[in-house]
Structures are given as C-alpha cells and as structure tokens.
Design a protein around this ligand. Structure first.
Ligand code: DON
Length: 345
C-alpha cells in the first residue's frame, strides 16, 4: 500500500499538471479541420485546371468592369480559425458587388432580428435574374429576398441610421468587421455604376411606391451602390465566409460580428437565393450556401468549418463567375463537404 501511495501520488500530480498545462492550449481555438492536409492540394488543382479557361465575359452594364483584366483568377480556402490556403490572384482588389448583400442582411438581422428581415423584405427565391423588375410585380413581398437587387436595396434602407452618413458608416463598418480589416470604396467603380444605375433606381422607386423601402429611395441607392463598390480580394471574401463558418466571430480579430443564432438563417437564404435563377443548379452541383457578385467574386461556406472563395471576372449569362463556380464546385466535391452529404463517386 505504502509503495502504491508513493507511486500514485506523483502520478496524480503529473495528471493534474498535464491538465493545467494543456488547458490554455485547448482554449486557443477549435481543433484543426479534419481535411486540412488536403486544402492546399485541392486549391492548387482547381486553379491549375481552370486557369486557361476563357468562357464567359466581364460584366459590361457597369462600364468600368470591362476594364478588369479578364485573366485574373484566384482561389482560396480560409478555415474557421483563420488559416489561409491559396493559389493565383488572391490579393487583387475588385468590387465586392452582390457578395456584399448577405453581410448587410446580417446587419439588419443583428439590429432587428430575423423576423423583421422575413416580413419586411422576404426570404423566398425569385427564380428570376438579380435585377428583375418583374419580380416586384409578381410577388406580394415585392423585394422577395435580401440577395436580389430589390431586397438588397431594401436591406440598406432597413439599417437603423440617423443620417445617410451614419447608414454608410454602419454598412462599411459591418463589411470591414466581417473581413477583419478596414475596407474602402473603389471610387471609379462607384461613379461608373451610380451614373448608369437607372434600373436599380427604378427598383428603389417601385419599392418605395409599394411601401417596401424604408428610407429615402435615392439615399438607399447611393449607400447600396457604394456598398457594391467596396474593394475586396478573394482572401477578404474567404475571411468574410470564414466568419460565417465560425458562427459569426471573425477568426483574425476575434470580434463577434453577428449573433451565432442567426448564422443558419442567413446561410439558408444564401443556399436558396445566392445564385438567383441559377440557385437550384448551384445547390445541385456544389451543395453549399454561397453568394456571387458581378465583379467576379464568389464565397461559399462549409458551415462550422471553412469558406471557399474565388475571383475571376468572366461571367455566364446569369451574372455568375464561370471559373469561380467551377473551382468551388470541384473543391467541394473533392473534399466531400456539400451539406447534403458527399457524392458517393
Ligand atoms: O446592383 C447591381 O446590379 C450590382 N451592383 C450588383 C449585382 C451583382 O453583383 C449580381 N451578382 N451576380
């Protein structure tokens, strides 16, 4: 017994010390993603597979977007703890465009709750293009969801603000908080879009007419157009998506950007409406909530794990980046991370 005591006492002490030493290490963050060893390989492979693909063309209804070098192409995975795996042009700054929309919807949810978003904008897919005016006449909800232009302009108008400057500062501050760094507007993109945005102006005025816009229409237009003109890199989009994958906490700054309980609701809208009239095909092929923009960026979220983002300016007919879609679809399939389960092949 005595001998046993002499042996077991130091053993217990060692065990206690081991826990004490291990605890701060464990407290540092989540365990590495189970697929982390494959991330660089699948990113490199997707980039190599599509880098020479020339299908599609730059958006031209915003004149300055024709000037973005069409061959740029970047692919990145960012994990929920902020590890970055990238290939190609992942630092080039392009306009965020519609990829901004879910993040401003998140701001509205944070300020007023998801029911206000559902009631005052809507959360149904339209099955129609992103800039549809017909959707406003077809559906009683008018704006229909926060990811089409109508719903995104309505989201901006719903941000609780005391002035246009306050509204803009909140929108920009929120996008920056998701990215984990201060973002700025690409002023030439703003000028190019704002001076040609007659369709969006019609949408804003129609919404106001139907009492589905909640600020002065031209104020909403200006702030919405500035929001779309914010410059981001593919890595920024990856970090914004990683913040959603991390339950609303930015992995770089450690700052909570939105309540964790609203992340699933936001991802649901991204899953059903993130690709407009191509959302069904996207979910069928990639199985991931995602958002596209006519600047060429896409971000997809693997809930609770990581984000996959890509940038390539050439778009298909629906306004979605051809190479970005293909790269993300391939990576999702190779890693078997579609939310409906891996493809058995
Ligand atoms: O309002 C617009 O038309 C643009 N600022 C954004 C559209 C967009 O990115 C559509 N996404 N693929």
């Amino acid at each position: 017994m005595k001998a046993n005591h002499r042996i077991s006492f130091p053993a217990a002490l060692v065990a206690t010390l081991a826990v004490a030493v291990a605890a701060p290490v464990l407290a540092k963050g989540p365990a590495p993603d189970p697929a982390i060893k494959d991330f660089q390989r699948v990113v490199d492979a997707a980039h190599a597979r599509y880098k020479d693909l020339k299908d599609g063309k730059n958006a031209d209804y915003i004149p300055i977007l024709t000037e973005t070098p069409s061959d740029l192409f970047g692919v990145v995975i960012v994990t929920r703890d902020g590890k970055v795996f990238s290939a190609g042009d992942v630092d080039y700054k392009f306009s965020i465009q519609s990829v901004s929309k879910p993040f401003t919807a998140a701001l509205v949810m944070s300020q007023q709750g998801p029911e206000v978003l559902r009631e005052k904008i809507g959360v149904e897919p339209t099955g129609l293009p992103f800039n549809s005016k017909m959707a406003l006449e077809l559906y009683d909800a008018r704006s229909v969801n926060p990811l089409v232009n109508a719903g995104a302009i309505a989201s901006v108008s719903l941000v609780q603000a005391s002035s246009e400057e306050d509204r803009w500062n909140q929108v920009l501050g929120n996008l920056s908080a998701f990215a984990g760094r201060p973002l700025t507007v690409l002023e030439k993109v703003y000028d190019s879009e704002y001076t040609t945005a007659f369709g969006n102006r019609a949408i804003a005025n129609l919404l106001y007419n139907y009492e589905r816009l909640y600020s002065d229409p031209e104020e909403a237009m200006r702030v919405y157009t500035r929001q779309c003109s914010v410059g981001v890199s593919a890595t920024d989009l990856g970090l914004m998506g990683a913040t959603l994958a991390n339950g609303g906490v930015n992995p770089l700054t450690g700052k909570r950007v939105m309540p964790a309980e609203h992340v699933p609701e936001l991802l649901a809208v991204m899953a059903t409406a993130g690709f407009y009239d191509e959302s069904g095909v996207w979910m069928y092929k990639a199985g991931l909530p995602a958002k596209t923009g006519v600047g060429g960026g896409i971000v997809a979220v693997v809930p609770g794990r990581f984000a996959i983002a890509a940038f390539s300016p050439r778009l298909n007919e629906a306004g979605n980046s051809v190479r970005s879609m293909k790269a993300i679809q391939d990576i999702a399939a190779e890693l078997g991370v579609g939310v409906f389960g891996p493809n058995p092949d």
